[in-house]
Design a protein around this ligand. Structure first.
Ligand code: AMP
Ligand code: GLY
Length: 423
C-alpha cells in the first residue's frame, strides 16, 4: 500500500521510521519531509499547509492511507478534505482539532464537563483584559486563543509583564488572529507530564507517559522552546495517577467531544500538571508531541500503522497494544540561539559507532550532498535502554559523536525525572 505522512520535523521522522516497519507499505511519501529521511521515504516538496496540493498529490499517486501529523493542517481541515476524496486518514477532523486550535473552546469544554483545569477568564478586548490584570493574582498565565507556534503562553509575574503580553497579543497582533481573544488563567504548580493517546472517539488507549523540557537552558531557565529533550516513561506518572487521569480526564474528554458532535479520532495529547489538588489539564494538543514522539514510539511494541488504521475504522477496542519494558531519552541538538535568531548551513558529521538513533529535523542537503543544518531544532539523539539512567547516559555519550558548528544542547535532560524515580 501507499502511505502518506504530512509534516517535516523530528516527530514526523519518528513516525516514518515506525511506519517503515510495516511490510505492507510499498511507497511511503512525506510532504515535505526533510533530507535526513532519504532512504526511508520519498520526500515531496509540498508544504504541510498547502492543502490543495496535498489533496491533489494524494489523489493522483494514489495514496491508500494518510497520516496528518502537524497542528496547522489538522486545524485547517486537511483530514476532512482527504476523507472527502475517499482517502482514509489518521488524525482528527477540524471540528475536533479545535481542541488545540482554540483555547477558549477547550477551556469551555473542560468547564462544562467538570474536567480539572486551571480557573480562567476569557477576554476579547484589551481594556477589559487590562482591568482584570489589575486585580488578578500573580503569577498570571496569559494565553492566545489560537495556534501560535508554541509561543502563545506568557507567565506574567507582575502587572507590567501582563500589560506587555496583552498589548503584544491583542494590539500588536504578534500571533495574528490567534491573539484576538485571550485566556487568563490561574498559575498551577507541580511536575508536568505529557500523555499521548490513541483514540477512535469511543475507546482511548494512553501511550507510555513522557516528560518534555520546554525551556532553552539548563535548570528550566531561558525562553520557552518547542522542546529541548524528553524522557519516557515519566516516573511522576505512577499507576495511581494514571488511573485518576483515565477516570477524571481522559474518558471525560473523549465522551465530551462525542457528546458535542465532535468525535476525536487520532492522537490526543494531554499536557498535564500534577498539582497538590490532583492532575489538571494544562493543554490539549490534537496531534503527537515533538519531541515526545521521539521517545514514545521506540517503546511501542505493536505495529503503528495497524493501530492507526484501527483508529480510523473505530475498532481500537479490539487492538492489543503493547509497550517495551524499557526507557528512552531524546536530547535535542539545536542551533545556538534558538528559539531566538540563529545561523544555519553548517555541515553535520556523525562519527561511526553510535548506538543511539539520530532523528533528523531541521536539516537539508548542501551543494556537495552533505546534510547541513537548516532549522532551530536540528536533530535528536534518541537512546532506549533497560533503565532511564542508562538511556540518559547513552544519549549523552552519543551526543558527543554528532558534530556541527554552533551546536547547542541542554545538559540536564532527564535529571529531574531521575530524582523523582529515586525519591
Ligand atoms: P503550552 O504552550 O500551552 O504548552 O504552555 C507552555 C508551558 O507554560 C507549559 O508547559 C507550562 O509549563 C506552562 N503553563 C501553561 N499553563 C500554565 C498554568 N496554568 N500554570 C503554570 N504553568 C503553565
Ligand atoms: N513538545 C510539546 C508539543 O509538542 O507541543
Amino acid at each position: 500500500m501507499n502511505v502518506l505522512v504530512v509534516g517535516s520535523g523530528g516527530r514526523e521522522f519518528a513516525i516514518v521510521k515506525k511506519i517503515r516497519e510495516n511490510k505492507k507499505v510499498d511507497n511511503l511519501y512525506v510532504l515535505p519531509g526533510n533530507a535526513g529521511m532519504d532512504g526511508m521515504a520519498t520526500c515531496v516538496p509540498i508544504g504541510a499547509k498547502d492543502l490543495d496540493a496535498i489533496v491533489e498529490f494524494a489523489k493522483t499517486h494514489p495514496v491508500d492511507f494518510a497520516v496528518v501529523a502537524p497542528d496547522d493542517p489538522l486545524v485547517l481541515g486537511l483530514v476532512d478534505r482527504l476523507e472527502e476524496q475517499g482517502i482514509p486518514c489518521f488524525g482528527p477532523r477540524a471540528n475536533a482539532a479545535i481542541l488545540e486550535g482554540s483555547k477558549v473552546f477547550s477551556k469551555g469544554l473542560m468547564k462544562q464537563y467538570g474536567i480539572p483545569t486551571a480557573a480562567y477568564e476569557v477576554y476579547d478586548n484589551p481594556a477589559d483584559a487590562l482591568e482584570y490584570a489589575g486585580r488578578a493574582p500573580y503569577p498570571l498565565v496569559i494565553k492566545a486563543d489560537g495556534l501560535a507556534l508554541g509561543k502563545g503562553v506568557v507567565i506574567a509575574k507582575d502587572y507590567a509583564e501582563a500589560q506587555a503580553a496583552i498589548h503584544s497579543m491583542m494590539e500588536d497582533h504578534v500571533f495574528g488572529k490567534s491573539g484576538d481573544r485571550i485566556v487568563m488563567e490561574e498559575f498551577l504548580t507541580g511536575p508536568e507530564v505529557s500523555v499521548l493517546s490513541f483514540t477512535d472517539g469511543k475507546t482511548i488507549v494512553p501511550m507510555v507517559s513522557s516528560m518534555d523540557h520546554k525551556r532553552a537552558l539548563d535548570n528550566d531557565e531561558g525562553l520557552n522552546t518547542g522542546g529541548m529533550g524528553t524522557v519516557a516513561p515519566n516516573p511522576y506518572y505512577t499507576p495511581q495517577v494514571a488511573r485518576e487521569c483515565m477516570e477524571r480526564i481522559f474518558l471525560p474528554t473523549i465522551r465530551a467531544m462525542s457528546r458535542e458532535g465532535r468525535p476525536f479520532k487520532g492522537c490526543l495529547y494531554f499536557g498535564l500538571m500534577l498539582t497538590p489538588d490532583g492532575p489538571k489539564v494544562i493543554e490539549y494538543n490534537c496531534r503527537f508531541g515533538d519531541p515526545e514522539t521521539q521517545v514514545v514510539l521506540p517503546l511501542l511494541d505493536t505495529d503503528l500503522l495497524e493501530i492507526m488504521m484501527a483508529v480510523r475504522e473505530e475498532r481500537l477496542d479490539r487492538m492489543d497494544i503493547r509497550w517495551k519494558n524499557e526507557s528512552a531519552c531524546c536530547v535535542i541538538l539545536a542551533s545556538d540561539g534558538y528559539p531566538g535568531p540563529y545561523k544555519t548551513g553548517y555541515p553535520i558529521r556523525t562519527e561511526s559507532g553510535i548506538s543511539s538513533d539520530v532523528i533528523y529535523a531541521g536539516v537539508k542537503r548542501g551543494e556537495d550532498g552533505m546534510l547541513i543544518t537548516s532549522g532551530g531544532r536540528v536533530l535528536g539523539v534518541v537512546r532506549t535502554a533497560p533503565t532511564l539512567d542508562e538511556a540518559i547516559q547513552g544519549a549523552y555519550e552519543d551526543v558527543k559523536k554528532v558534530h556541527f558548528e554552533n551546536a547547542y544542547c541542554r545538559h540536564d535532560i532527564g535529571k529531574r525525572a531521575l530524582l523523582a524515580g529515586r525519591g
